[in-house]
Design a protein around this ligand. Structure first.
Ligand SMILES: Cc1ncc(COP(=O)(O)O)c(C=O)c1O
Length: 389
C-alpha cells in the first residue's frame, strides 16, 4: 500500500484511536520520576482511576500490556498449586487459562460458547462440586474481544455467593473499562484487570489492577513468588507518587490527558455514546443480511461487533481489500474464528461521523468482493444514529 491521503480509520477493537490531546501530552519532555512535578502528577491520578473502576480501595499501575495485569492478578492472590477456574468465552479467556497453566497453577477451563458471555449456572455448578473449597479464583472476561460478547458480572458474583464458596472473583476489563458501565465495588469484584489501549484511548503500555479488602487479605496469605508485579511493592505509590521502578512517565502524561477527556464528556455520556455506536453497527450488519456472532441482544457488545462471513467468502480477503482501498484496518478473526469473522471496533475516541465513515467503507468493501447485500447498512446506521439518546 502506497501513500494515502487523509487519516487512517482505525476500526480494530483496540488499540483504539488516540486523541490529539493525549498524543500531545505524551510529547512533553520526560521529567524526573523522583522529582516533585512527577509526584504531584502520579498522586493525582489514583483518585481519578478509582472513580473509573468504581472502587474506594486500591488501584495499581504497571508499565505492561494487559497480559501483565492478568499475571499480576493471579500471582498476587494465589499460592503455588492453587486451583483457578476460567470461564471460556473466546480467545482471550483461553489465553488467560494458558497463562495460568504456564505459571504452574492448577488451571481449569469451564467450557463455553465462543459468541456468548460466561454462564453463571456453569460456574455455580462447578463451585458447588468443590466441597473442599480448593478453587481459589474464578476468572471472567467482562467483554470478550474475540467475539463481541459481554458477561453479566453481577450474575457471576451471585453464582459464587449462592454456592457459599469463598473463591475470589477476578474480572478482565481490558476491552470494557471506560467503554461499558463497570462497578468494581458495587458488583462485588475482588480483582479487576485492565489495560490502557482501548476505552482509555492511550497507546498500549499501561496495565492496571484494582483490588479490595478480600483480595488484600488473600495477598497476605499467598506464597506465589512475585517481584515486578508485587502489589506490596506498590503500596506507597498512591501517597508518595514514587514507583518502585522507572514508571512509564510519558504514558502517565497521556493518562492524565485521557482522564481529562473522559471526565469532560462525563462517563455516563461515554457509555451512552458507545451504546449508540453499538446499536448503529448492529443495525448496519442486520441490514446487510449478515449475522452477528453474538446472538443474544443482552450480551451484544457496545465495544465491538464480530460479523460472520458467509461461505464461500473470506473475512481476511475482505479486510485486506478494505485496508488497501480505504486505509481502514478491521479486526481479524482470532483463534478458531480465523478468516471466519471480521470485527468492527466501535470504542474509544469515536464520533458519529467516524462511525458512518467506517460503516460506509465496509459496505463498499462487501459489495466489492461480490457479496449481495440485503439492503443498505449505511442507511440503517444513519437512522440508528439519528436517535441521539
Ligand atoms: C479482553 C482482553 N484480555 C486480554 C488481552 C491481552 O492484552 P494485551 O494484548 O494488552 O497483553 C486483550 C487484548 O486485546 C483483550 O482484549
Amino acid at each position: 500500500m502506497g501513500y494515502q491521503a487523509g487519516w487512517q480509520f482505525l476500526q480494530i477493537p483496540g488499540p483504539s484511536n488516540v486523541p490529539r490531546q493525549v498524543l500531545s501530552a505524551m510529547s512533553n519532555p520526560t521529567i524526573d520520576h523522583r522529582g516533585p512535578e512527577f509526584a504531584s502528577l502520579a498522586t493525582s491520578l489514583f483518585p481519578r482511576l478509582k472513580s473509573l473502576f468504581g472502587t474506594k480501595h486500591n488501584v495499581v499501575i504497571f508499565p505492561s500490556s494487559g497480559t501483565g495485569a492478568w499475571e499480576a492478578a493471579l500471582t498476587n492472590v494465589c499460592s503455588m498449586n492453587d486451583r483457578v477456574v476460567m470461564a471460556e468465552t473466546g480467545h482471550f479467556s483461553n489465553l488467560w487459562y494458558d497463562l495460568a497453566l504456564s505459571l504452574g497453577f492448577k488451571a481449569e477451563i469451564l467450557k463455553g460458547n465462543w459468541g456468548s458471555g460466561a454462564d453463571p449456572k456453569v460456574i455455580h455448578r462447578r463451585l458447588q462440586e468443590d466441597a473442599a473449597h480448593s478453587i481459589k479464583a474464578v476468572c471472567v472476561v467482562h467483554n470478550e474481544t474475540s467475539t463481541g460478547a459481554t458477561t453479566d458480572i453481577r450474575s457471576v458474583r451471585r453464582a459464587i455467593d449462592d454456592a457459599f464458596h469463598p473463591a475470589l472473583l477476578i474480572v478482565d476489563t481490558i476491552s470494557s473499562l471506560a467503554s461499558l458501565p463497570y462497578e468494581h465495588d458495587a458488583w462485588g469484584v475482588d480483582v479487576t484487570v485492565a489495560g490502557s489501549q482501548k476505552g482509555l484511548m492511550l497507546p498500549p503500555g499501561l496495565a492496571f489492577n484494582a483490588f479490595g479488602l478480600k483480595a488484600e487479605e488473600a495477598t497476605s496469605k499467598a506464597n506465589f513468588p512475585s517481584s515486578y508485579f508485587n502489589w506490596k511493592n506498590m503500596e506507597r505509590t498512591e501517597s508518595t507518587g514514587q514507583f518502585p521502578y522507572t514508571p512509564a512517565t510519558n504514558l502517565l502524561f497521556g493518562l492524565k490527558a485521557a482522564l481529562d477527556l473522559l471526565e469532560a464528556e462525563g462517563l455516563q455520556n461515554v457509555f451512552k455514546r458507545h451504546a449508540r455506536h453499538g446499536r448503529a453497527t448492529r443495525a448496519a450488519v442486520t441490514a446487510w443480511g449478515l449475522e452477528i456472532l453474538c446472538q443474544s441482544p443482552l450480551q451484544q457488545s457496545d465495544v465491538l461487533t464480530a460479523v460472520k462471513m458467509p461461505d464461500p467468502f473470506s473475512a481476511d480477503a475482505l479486510r485486506t481489500d478494505i485496508l488497501d482501498r480505504f486505509n481502514m484496518p478491521l479486526g481479524s478473526g482470532l483463534g478458531k474464528l480465523s478468516d471466519k469473522v471480521f470485527r468492527i471496533g466501535h470504542l474509544g475516541y469515536m464520533n458519529d461521523l467516524m462511525m458512518i465513515g467506517a460503516i460506509g467503507g465496509i459496505e463498499i468493501g462487501l459489495a466489492g468482493i461480490g457479496l449481495k447485500l440485503a439492503s443498505s447498512g449505511l442507511q440503517a446506521a444513519a437512522s440508528a444514529l439519528s436517535d441521539r439518546s
